[in-house]
Structures are given as C-alpha cells and as structure tokens.
Design a binder for this molecule. Sequence first.
Ligand code: NAD
Length: 707
Amino acid sequence: MNPLVSTTNQSGVAVITIDNPPVNALSPGVPEGLASAFTAANADVGAKAIVVIGAGRTFIAGADIKELEYAAWGQPAKLPALHDLLATIENSAKPVVMALHGTTFGGGLEVAMAGHYRVAARDGVMGQPEVNLGIIPGAEGTQRLPRLVGVEKAIEMCVTGKPIPAADALAAGLVDAVVDGQLLDSAVAFALDVVSRNAPLVKTSDRTDKLGTPERNAPLYAAGCALAAKVRRGAIAPLKAVDAIEAAVALPFDEGCRRERELFSECVVTDQARALIHAFFAERGVAKVPGITKETTVRPVGKVAIIGAGTMGGGIAMACANAGLQVLLKEAEQAALDRGMETIRKNYDVSVKRGRFTPEGVEERMARIHPQLDYAGFDSADVIIEAVFEDMAIKKAIFAEIEGIAGADCVLGTNTSTLNIDEIASVTKRPGSVVGLHFFSPANVMRLLEIVRGKATSSEILATALALAKKLNKVGVVAGNCPGFIGNRMMFPYMYEAQFLVEEGATPEQVDKALTGFGMAMGIFAVDDMAGIDVAWRVRKALRHFAEPGVRRPLVQDQLFEMGRYGQKTGRGWYIYDANRKATPDPEVVELIRSSAAGAGIAQRTFTPEEIIERTVYALINEGARILEEGYALRAADIDVVYINGYGFPARLGGPMMCADQIGLAKIAARIAEFHAEFGERWTPAPLLARLATEGKTFREFDLERA
Ligand code: NAD
C-alpha cells in the first residue's frame, strides 16, 4: 500500500486520493502511487469512472522543488519524468475527472490537465508559476494549457506566473465546472453524468481547436515577449515559455513535448533558475535557528502594543491590524497621534481605491487600532514594539518605563535600525525578553522582519518573534547584535561607495541607473531620498564609529541635511521631486558635489556602469562575508533573504551572496584586492571571502558544509 495515494469507491466511481501533506506536492512516491492507482482503477470492474482529489487543503500544489534543485545543480533526479504518468492518465479507458481545490499549481495543474475533465471548488486557484523559479512548465504544461485555454491566455499565465481563480478558469476553458459545497460529491456526480451520457473521452493532447496557426498567432507571441519584458525585466524563462507555446502550435503534441523538455533543460541550469530556486529554499531555511526546537515554547500573540506612531509605528500597526491582532498605538503628544492615525487612514483609503481591501475591511482594521497617549492596557499586551526616534537615551528611558508595566511573558521589542540591543536591554531586569524587531518601510508592505538576538534574548522570545513574523505574513530572519545588524550594516559601505563615486566624477543619476540596470528595485540615491536624508543623518550621529579620525567620509550628505533637503518629504534631496514624487536630476546638487570634491582635492574621472556595480555591490558582498564569518548571520542564504525582501535586491540574482557565487569569488576577491591597494583600509578583503576564493569554493558550499 502506498501511504501517499489511496483509492476508495464511491457510487461506482474510483476515488483516488493524494495525501502528502502539507500541499500534496509531487514528491517521490506520489507519481508512482498515482500510476499504480490508475492501473488498478482501470482494471477494477466495480469502477465506471475515476476521480482524483487531494486530501487536506489542496489538490497537488506543484512539483517537489527539491527535484528542481537537483536538476539546477546537475545532480541526478530522484523521480522519473512525469511523461509516462500523464500518458497513463490521459489514455485511461474510463473517464477521469480531476477535482481541484486549494492551489492547483505547476506540476499539479499539469497532472490535472491530463484528465478528461476538471471540476473546481469556487475558491480554488490554478496557475503555472514556474517562472518564479526561473523555469518553464516541464511536464507538458506549455503543450496542454494552450489546447485548453487558447494561446493568448496560456502565454499570459506562463509568462506572468500569476494564478487565476476558478471562475476565470471556467471562462477560459481550463475547468469544466465550478462547484460550491462538497467537491468530492460534485466530482463523483459529474463523472457519473459523463458515464450516463456516454460522452466521448477527449484527450487534451488531441485537441487543436484553440491553437490557431503560427501565422495568426505571430502577434500573440510578440505581445507575450513584450509582456515578459514588462513584468519580468531581464528574465529568461518567460521568453522560453513563449517559445514552448509556439512549439505547441507548430508541432504535433509529442514533438512539442520534446521541445518543451529541451527548453526546460536549458532554463533549469541558468544562473537565474539556480538563483531563484536558491531564494526559495533560503526563505524556508531561515526558521532553522540554533537553540530553537519543536519543543521551544511559542507564546501566543493576540495583542500588540506599539510606542511611537511615526512612519514605522503606523506601518507596524497596520501590519498587525491586517493580521487580525489587537493594537494599542501610543504617542507622546496628541498632535503626533492624530497625524499618525490620519496617515494610517490615508494609506488604507489608497488600498480601498486599489481594490486591495473593501471599505468594511478597512473599518474592521481601523477598529483594531486603539490610539492613546498613556500606557493603559500595556500590561496585557503579548508584544510591545518600541518605534520612537533612533536615539539611545530615549529608547532606554522607554524600556525602563515599560519594564514596570509589561506582563511577565511579554516580548519587549525595539524597532531600532542600528542601535545596540544589549544596551537597550540593560535598563530592564529581564534582558532575556528584549529582542530587536526591525521592520522595513513601509512596514505594512515590506516582507522582511529582521529579528535581532541580543546576548540575553531567550529562545522562547526568539521563537515567538519568528512566529509573529509568520502571523504578519512576513519572513523573519534572525540577526546578531552588531551596528546595523545584517541589512543596514551592509548598507553603510554600499551607500558610502556610491557617494565616493559621485565625488570622483559620476552623477547620482549615473550611479542609480547602473544599479537599476543591474536589477536593484531602486538606485541608492533614490532610496536615500525615500527613506529620508534626515533619518540617515540621525543614524550616522548615533553610530560613533563613523566619525573615526582618518577615515574618508562622504562630503555631501550632511550638507544636504543642513540645507533641509531631506529627500522626497521636502521635495528635494539628491533629486528634485514633483507633486507625483517623480524624480529629476538637480544641477544644483551636481554642482555642490563638484565643488565639494574640488575643495577636497578629489580627482575627477568617468565611470562605466560595470565599475559602478563593482564599487557598490562588491562593497555589499565584502561586508556580507564579514557578517557571516563573525556569526551575525547564520547563513549566507539568510543574508540573501534579507536583501531580496528588505532592500530590493533582485531575486533572479539570488541575493548578494548567491550573486557573488555566480560572478565568481576569485574574480571578486581579485577586484577587492585592487580596490584595497587603491583606496586603503575600507576595502580590506573579508577573510572568509579571500579564503573561499583561494579554495575555489562558494558561499553556497560554505552553508552546505555547516548545515
Ligand atoms: P518617526 O520620526 O517617523 O516616528 C517616531 C515617532 O515616535 C514620532 O511620531 C514621535 O512623536 C514618537 N515618539 C517619540 N518619543 C516618544 C515617546 N516617548 N512615546 C511615544 N511616542 C514617542 O521615526 P520612524 O522613521 O518611524 O523611526 C522609528 C524607529 O524605527 C527608529 O528607531 C528608526 O531607526 C527605526 N526604523 C526606521 C525606518 C525608516 O525607514 N524610517 C526603518 C526601520 C527602522
């Protein structure tokens, strides 16, 4: 008996159930189980038809991504290709009805499309999200999907990777019925109806009615490529998906499938696929934290109290309210509190306009947020998050206050971006309860939560913080307590190099263009303007080591601060902003940069985009290597998760450390050695990077060896 796939009989219909929690992925055992279940059902005289359904919350949600990882890194597959199974399903002499609920994605949809009919639960969704992993559907999805939904829709689904709801799937022809209530009963009834009508069993692979012709489809292929360029800038797989769909039209089914396999094989070994598959597993790996086991107590969280209703406090309040938590939001003064609540209301109004929330949904959320000027109710909060100014004295004063108010089990969190958690904790009698909860702006949107473990932070508090991240639909990454933790510590040298580049002759626009060309969501100067030049100024002031004598410091940022050019919020920063926050370069800033550089005797030259990337991104990588070696990040992969989810690093490059692996550590180390010779101490090569480069190893291998 295969424990993953079982067969029962309901009203003369063989019901094949896949039970491979949590998402019924096609891991080893499932395809084999399905194949033998089909053989048995076809031989069973007591079964007139076959229904396939998933146990638990979903139909097959996709392939086993471990298999993709093996393929990406050239290791032997543990599973046979699905081709034979799909042929067995499609060639079944008895009608096959696929009963779809939950997420029918990727390999799951490919299995479903091999059935003769599909019945979907109304809240089910279907999609081919393979492009998210840098690949195309590899089990005939690009061949069957256009046969069911037509070329245009198939291209849209495979290029964007976006799932479609059951109703759309019905309209497109992907499913034959959408049902409310009992899915299995409906699917069995559907199958019996097919039997009673003696309806012909049409194989999806035999259908051609929706395929059109290569000539008529030419504009669709062109539009597909344009769509790919728009929604997945620089990505290879969406274009290959269009090629595969073209093959579905131009070639007979079997040949089309062969072409799909070739294109799949080309995709899966690209740097992009490796990077995206790495990012997928990296995100799932962050929860593995030394000292936290299944037995570690996770404290329940229902009520969160936040101190400070500024940019961050407001966003955190929204994130918590969105997750159904009760929120107390405390401010120092009425005016600031009113401003904070108004901003929250305004942000929610935008969400309603964009169709993300209904007006009722927003009212429910607003009702969960309780604005206040005192600590009333803080004694029953499960988590307190301090989000006041980045100032150690103020933060310490607040922790000393909440020490006497918070319940014994309460998590005491600080949203500091850079400050020493242990020093903050030192003013309390329970430093084990103190943890950094570093959200990113806008906190209701950004997925990253950097969880900073102080030297005393207890396992329970850390585990509760990780569970809170999950509850807020965020990815929690544990960082050690060093100035700037993982993300901002790496940001400092990156930001400094960018400023040195402009002092040496580049413009902010050139630097930003090089960075966005590389794939960053935003250029660094645009980021500085968005986050606030005043905020960065405060951080520099708070971190004394940036004032070390003899160390080169940027010349212009402080001047911009003194001029009141705080960035977007004042309409001027590195750029000028119009009413729609559109940035234009400001000749005045360029002039300021040039005169400051002349005053400091800095030689001027021009820079290629490649040089700009080397100076900035290699600085990021070098600091990342240091953080890893010093143990402030548990894994190189954790650093990648931080940068992809909190700093706009492109997932298709895998994060800075995976990107370093792909560029080649030897190449990077050599360049850093040159920079070191030219610029001195700030470019001291990270010992770990230098060592791995000499040994011909990668950060990925470093992680694997220590796992
Ligand atoms: P902000 O200036 O927008 O908000 C701070 C708020 O705290 C103000 O509204 C102020 O009135 C309030 N406040 C000050 N003292 C208080 C007290 N004793 N009691 C109650 N409220 C008090 O600042 P922000 O950008 O929201 O930053 C808050 C914290 O989050 C800082 O530590 C900052 O470093 C960190 N942070 C900021 C960002 C960002 O992008 N802005 C990102 C991550 C972390």
